[in-house]
Design a protein around this ligand. Structure first.
Ligand code: 3AM
Length: 177
């Protein structure tokens, strides 16, 4: 069994943009999320059996096969909020106008997980990029404006290592041609 989640991938340039902005605008005693771990969770799955993983991957293969006849464009994400999940102590970047197709994608993946008996949170999907963990409060200078580009999503393995958690993409599906 593996601890898995689906997430939108951030490209290296955007990860660098976020970490640079974080360095320049915030100085917190909280724990910064490693640049390579930055992502936008679509659906958290938790512990998943190999057979369930296989079925989820086959479902995505069928849904997201490249279709050359239907050109698709990348998605722009306008991150213009810095906010805090108080209970989880997660400081995150939020997006006011999140693309509807990506919200639909989160719903689709979550529904698929439920069909396989994987429990899903009932609360509304709240797209975000966690940039600090163990954050106690929201910094005063909480304005941001970051334009990011989304091309794909992946099934990630959340793996504990001596250097902290590592998010390993197991398979990636393109959302663009
Ligand atoms: O980076 P974020 O916070 O969006 O918070 C965890 C992280 O997302 C979330 O899944 C992502 C990869 O670990 N996560 C961890 N445990 C969770 C749980 N029990 C969870 N989300 C919901 N329920």
């Amino acid at each position: 069994m593996k601890r898995l989640f689906f997430a939108l991938d951030l490209n290296d340039t955007d990860k660098h943009t976020i970490t640079l902005w974080r360095e320049q605008h915030l100085s917190l005693t909280a724990k910064p999320v490693k640049s390579e771990n930055l992502h936008i969770t679509l659906a958290f799955l938790g512990m998943v059996e190999p057979e369930q993983q296989q079925t989820l991957m086959e479902f995505c293969d069928q849904q997201f096969l490249p279709q050359t006849s239907q050109p698709k464009k990348h998605f722009n994400i306008d991150c213009n909020q810095l906010a805090l999940f108080k209970k989880a102590k997660a400081l995150y970047l939020g997006c006011q106008h999140f693309p509807k197709p990506l919200i639909k994608l989160a719903t689709l993946l979550s529904q698929q997980a439920i069909e396989l008996g994987i429990i899903q949170e009932s609360r509304q999907y709240h797209p975000h990029i966690t940039i600090y963990r163990k954050a106690k409060s929201l910094p005063d200078n909480s304005k941001c404006q970051l334009d990011l580009t989304i091309n794909s999503f992946s099934l990630y393995h959340s793996k504990s290592t001596p250097d902290g958690v590592s998010y390993i993409p197991l398979k990636t599906w393109s959302l663009v041609q």
